[in-house]
Design a protein around this ligand. Structure first.
Ligand SMILES: *Cc1c(COP(=O)(O)O)cnc(C)c1O
Length: 453
């Protein structure tokens, strides 16, 4: 049984360039619009909240974008991350499929989010930014940015969705250990927060609300910028290091995936593992099925609408064309907090609308069951978000058992669940249920979409 197969790259094979899928799209993305004028936004208009370095990346159509040396130097602490063949899981499932997983839980913050946090901190530092505000749901993005802030000497202020702030004291302590300040959102420190509290004093918060608070503060001060942990093109770009490494590692294994699987909250880890392979396909190379897995309780890609919407509740952010459940939709309190977002990355949405990726959803109980099945075989307890990818990978491997096909499955294990043991305690204690999203609330939120044009 002791047959762990691990593919490690030498540091010298750490990618030097990110992959920008904008260069290979069969149809360009729809423009990002100014929230006031509803006209395509100019790069300068974004400078109020973002450093120029990331704005350039946001708009770029260059295929390869160089990864700055200082970013690679920090990354070296845990990158290249390992790729494993899940031999014991394959045996347990009695499947002829080959299952590979890329493990992003090796970062000091425990997930893929550190990849973009380091890059964003670097660009902010280079432009003299003293303070970064941000939001965090389950706490992974706040943890990653706090870590990055302490490495680059930047003050970090995190608005943490209140339900997670109360459920996850260890995540808060993690951020504070790195010197960051963490405030439960909605809070009385911003106008957006006060407006929500006036209407819903008991609000448990949402990512949309926390983004409003963070953006509001960043827009007020010259020395303060805002950082987003997913959704935007530059964040997805930073995460492509995952897929680029996986490609080289699969070469070592003499394999190529038939399907690539990632869980999707805002879309960054899915894009990170899938886009380099999808790019091959778009340039005429091998076809690959890319499966984006979301929770049934927040089914943005599978039940949302492809339309222009705001990224936040107070409507301070630019308008993006994306799959959305409506910016006023507050997802039910299921345990994969990192997947509780009303929108989806414009790039991932665009590819879904073109039929180039395959979205699907699963309920939380089956995802926890899959996560534990994986843990027992492979020895790693996945983050509740990552359980969605695990569920899909197991589902596909089971299909191969039925058909006898020996497909090659690659999935991203986006993070470990060592800070999420309360969720597992609840699951094992029989306290979790499958939550349905409220169709009427989504209908209401969608009815409130901005009318464009
Ligand atoms: C935040 C998070 C996600 C969801 O974010 P994406 O941008 O969709 O990747 C998934 N997995 C883990 C472990 C996370 O921390």
């Amino acid at each position: 049984m002791n047959d762990t197969v691990k593919y490690l790259l030498d540091e010298q094979h750490l990618p030097r360039f990110w992959y920008n899928i904008n260069a290979d799209l069969p149809k360009p993305l729809d423009p990002v619009l100014h929230p006031g004028t509803q006209q395509p936004i100019a790069p300068e208009e974004l400078e109020v909240i973002f450093p120029r370095g990331v704005i350039e990346q946001e708009m770029s159509t260059e295929r390869e974008i160089e990864i700055p040396a200082p970013v690679r130097e920090v990354w070296r602490q845990w990158r290249p991350s390992p790729l494993y063949r899940a031999r014991r899981l394959e045996q347990a499932l009695q499947t002829p499929a080959k299952i590979f997983y890329k493990y992003e839980g090796v970062s000091p913050a425990g997930s893929h989010k550190a990849n973009s946090a380091i890059a964003q901190a670097f660009y902010n530092k280079a432009e003299g930014v003293k303070r970064i505000t941000t939001e965090t749901g389950a706490g992974q993005w706040g943890s990653s940015l706090s870590l990055a802030g302490s490495m680059f000497g930047i003050e970090i202020l995190v608005y943490m969705v209140k339900v997670s702030y109360n459920q996850k004291p260890y995540r808060r302590a993690f951020m504070e250990a790195f010197g960051a300040r963490c405030i439960a959102s909605p809070s009385d420190t911003t106008e957006s927060g006060r407006a929500v509290l006036a209407e819903h004093p008991d609000s448990t918060g949402s990512l949309g609300i926390a983004i409003s608070e963070a953006v509001e503060l960043a827009a007020q001060r010259e020395d303060t910028k805002y950082a987003l942990g997913s959704v935007l093109n530059h964040v997805l770009l930073h995460q492509t290091v995952i897929g680029l490494e996986a490609m080289k590692q699969l070469e070592m294994a003499d394999a190529y995936p038939d399907m690539v699987i990632g869980c999707t909250g805002g879309g960054s880890n899915f894009a990170g593992i899938a886009f380099p392979f999808l790019g091959e396909q778009l340039r005429g190379g091998r076809a690959v099925e890319c499966i984006a897995v979301e929770p049934s309780a927040c089914p943005t890609l599978t039940k949302g609408r492809f339309a222009y919407d705001f990224g936040d509740t107070a409507h301070l952010t630019p308008l993006c064309k994306m799959f959305t459940l409506g910016s006023s939709f507050v997802p039910p309190g299921f345990h994969a907090g990192g997947l509780r977002y009303h929108g989806m990355a414009p790039q991932v949405s665009h590819l879904a609308a073109l039929g180039l990726i395959a979205p699907r959803s699963y309920n939380q109980l089956e995802c926890f069951a899959a996560g534990l099945q994986f843990a027992k075989a492979e020895g790693i307890i996945p983050a509740p978000e990552a359980n969605h990818a695990v569920r899909a990978a197991i589902h596909e491997a089971e299909k191969c058992r039925e058909t006898g096909e020996a497909k090659t499955i690659l999935f991203n294990l986006s993070g470990h669940g060592n800070f999420d043991m309360q969720a597992y305690t609840d699951y094992l204690g029989g306290k979790l249920q499958d939550l349905d999203y409220a169709e009427n609330e989504v209908a209401m939120a969608l009815a409130g979409l901005p009318s464009i044009g």
